[in-house]
Structures are given as structure tokens and as C-alpha cells.
Design a protein around this ligand. Structure first.
Ligand SMILES: Nc1ncnc2c1ncn2[C@@H]1O[C@H](COP(=O)(O)OP(=O)(O)O)[C@@H](O)[C@H]1O
Ligand SMILES: [Mg+2]
Length: 238
């Protein structure tokens, strides 16, 4: 089944190390993976296993030392900074654990800022609708709960109208119920809007809602699990 799916991104033999000699750490040690169009993918691993390094590499925010990341027939690892910026603007939405909203701007202005740099942005009112927060367009981030701020950061990622959303511990800073709402939102983007979503997490249960689970340890992929029957985000518990 997987083989008939369109490959959105093809990462081959990625290496990335920090430090030298004795202190050297391989954050990525020969990592290869494909991301399929329209899938919900979970990258699972404990702290320090290389998840963020991998995600940032796939998103063109970080450059591996070696390897290839093929997107639309081009290798990200060979691109200069300008081409990488263009790639991010066109193709990638990022969601971070810490929201990263600008405090001095209203939520609408936060989103407009990202949308303005995009090639094919969504209408801003539409992305507010997608995350159910139209009423908060003129509020500042500090006037919103953590969960609402994370939904705004998802809306911001969506404003670029990217096919691929990369989410690094998106529920990490949220309480249980709010975290679950965020997962429901991310699930909806895949199942209803046809987006491709990658969720990096150390919470094993989150894998149950996804189509595939990639496990990482010490910079390596140790296991790839295809989940034939993903359950709804609503029904998982951790
Ligand atoms: N900028 C950096 N400088 C030095 N070491 C780093 C840097 N970024 C990551 N590392 C190291 O690389 C390894 C993988 O880190 P990371 O990708 O952040 O893992 P994870 O997201 O799974 O917690 C860790 O050992 C981490 O300490
Ligand atoms: Mg991390």
C-alpha cells in the first residue's frame, strides 16, 4: 500500500554530529526515511535521540553534514541559504513546543506576518476557522490560554498553505486535555484537509493516531511501524 503513495520527501543517509573527538555526538547517524503525501507520521524517541535534529533538517532549518533530502526533485542539502528560505516558505509549516508567537502583535498580525512571506497563502479568516479561534483575531497572545496559543501557532503554520507540517513536541508545554485538543486539530488537518503532518514526541500513545511510527534512539531509526488502524486522537490516553 505504501509503495503506491506519492513520496513527498525522501531523506537518504543523513549524518550530523556535534563536538569533536571524545565529545563527539552523532545526532543523526545514517538516517533514511520517506514521508508520504497525506500521512500522519509520528517520530518517537526519548530526549536526545535526534528527533529535533531530524525534523529541523527535513524542514531546511538545519543542515546535515552528509546525506540527501530530495523534495520536488531537488536536494535540500545542496541548497544555499536563500534557496532553503524559499523552500521553507513554500512548503513547510512549523509548530514548536513553545508556540513562538510575537507578544507585541495580535494573533491576526502574527499570522499575517507569515502569510505575507508565503507564495500561495490561505485567507487568514479561513485558518482561524480551521482552528476554531475566529473570535480571538484581535487579541494578543498573552490574552490566550496555552492551548489557544498553540492553536494560533498551528494557524500560523497553516497560513502559508504548506503541504507539510512539522510539529516538534506540539503538546509538550500543555496540560493533558489541552494537549489532546491540539492532537485532534492536527489529526483533522490530515484526515479532513489532506495535509501531511509529522509529530515529534516522546509520548508513545500519540503513535496510535498516526499512520506510521518511526522510533529513534542515539541518532538512529530503530524501528518503523505501519499502523493499519489508526485510532482517533480523541480516544488515545497517556
Ligand atoms: N546545537 C547543538 N550543539 C551540540 N549538541 C547538540 C546540538 N543540538 C543537538 N545536540 C545534541 O544532539 C543530540 C540530539 O539532539 P536533539 O535532536 O535535540 O534530540 P531530541 O529532539 O530527540 O531530544 C543530543 O545529544 C543533543 O545534546
Ligand atoms: Mg527535541
Amino acid at each position: 500500500m505504501e509503495s503506491t503513495k506519492k513520496v513527498l520527501l525522501d531523506a537518504q543517509n543523513l549524518w550530523k554530529s556535534y563536538g569533536k573527538g571524545e565529545a563527539r555526538i552523532d545526532a543523526l547517524a545514517d538516517v533514511s526515511l520517506q514521508i508520504f503525501d497525506g500521512e500522519l507520521l509520528t517520530i518517537l524517541g526519548s530526549s536526545g535521540s535526534g528527533k529535533s535534529t531530524l525534523l529541523n533538517s527535513l524542514g531546511g532549518m538545519d543542515k546535515p553534514d552528509r546525506g540527501k533530502i530530495i523534495v520536488n526533485g531537488k536536494d535540500l542539502c545542496k541548497m544555499n541559504d536563500r534557496a532553503l528560505t524559499d523552500y521553507r516558505r513554500k512548503n513547510i509549516g512549523f509548530v514548536f513546543q513553545s508556540f513562538n508567537l510575537i507578544a507585541e502583535l495580535t494573533t491576526k498580525e502574527n499570522i499575517a506576518m507569515t502569510a505575507d512571506t508565503a507564495h500561495n497563502p490561505h485567507i487568514i479568516e479561513e485558518v482561524f476557522d480551521m482552528v476554531g479561534l475566529k473570535a480571538k483575531m484581535n487579541n494578543y497572545p498573552s490574552q490566550l490560554s496555552g492551548g489557544q496559543q498553540q492553536r494560533i501557532s498551528i494557524a500560523r503554520a497553516l497560513a502559508k498553505n504548506p503541504q507539510l507540517l512539522l510539529c516538534d513536541e506540539p503538546t509538550g508545554a500543555l496540560d493533558y486535555e489541552t494537549g489532546k485538543q491540539i492532537l485532534v486539530e492536527l489529526e483533522k488537518l490530515v484526515r479532513k484537509h489532506g495535509k501531511t503532518v509529522v509529530i515529534v514526541t516522546h509520548t508513545q500513545e500519540i503513535g496510535k493516531m498516526s499512520d506510521r511510527i518511526i522510533k529513534m534512539r542515539n541518532g538512529k531509526i530503530t524501528n518503523v511501524i505501519i499502523n493499519q488502524n489508526p485510532v482517533s486522537a480523541e480516544s488515545i490516553e497517556w
